[in-house]
Design a protein around this ligand. Structure first.
Ligand SMILES: COc1ccc(C(=O)NC2CCC2)cc1-c1cc(C(C)=O)n2cccnc12
Length: 121
């Protein structure tokens, strides 16, 4: 809660700006591109208390709100888990989320990504 302005984290921010489009390409039908609304998903806001989507993640990168790669990964996992919580397993959304989670985590934990993230946050 220090009053100091957010210090720059250029390396991490640049890495996340590269990783996000990589993850978005794994969602060609753009089910995860924008916040899910109650009118397309009845009761969504009362079932999912921490909504997340790619547009929100993009804004958080631009606002320098991710201090570590782990925080970015946590939002990605949250987004996928929300879809697997609200939607039944036999829906396109559940299946898309399961696949996205699996393939996206492979990207985020790839050896070539690890070295670019300073271990201290
Ligand atoms: C931004 O969210 C969306 C945007 C577009 C669409 C969409 O094009 N749906 C068409 C495929 C059959 C109708 C679906 C969604 C959507 C995502 C989700 C998620 C992510 O749970 N969802 C759940 C129930 C109903 N619709 C959705």
């Amino acid at each position: 809660t220090s009053l100091r302005p957010r210090q720059e984290r250029p390396a991490l921010q640049k890495l996340l700006e590269l990783l996000l489009p990589n993850l978005e390409r794994k969602d060609p039908r753009q089910f995860f591109a924008w916040p899910v609304t109650d009118n397309i998903a009845p009761g969504y806001s009362s079932i999912i208390n921490k909504p997340m989507d790619f547009s929100t993640m993009k804004q958080k990168i631009e606002d320098n709100q991710y201090r570590t790669l782990q925080e970015f990964t946590d939002d990605f996992v949250l987004m996928c888990n929300n879809a697997m919580t609200y939607n039944q397993p036999d829906t396109v959304y559940y299946k898309a989320a399961k696949r996205l989670l699996h393939t996206g985590l492979r990207t985020l934990t790839a050896e070539k990504v690890r070295p670019y993230v300073p271990t201290i946050s």
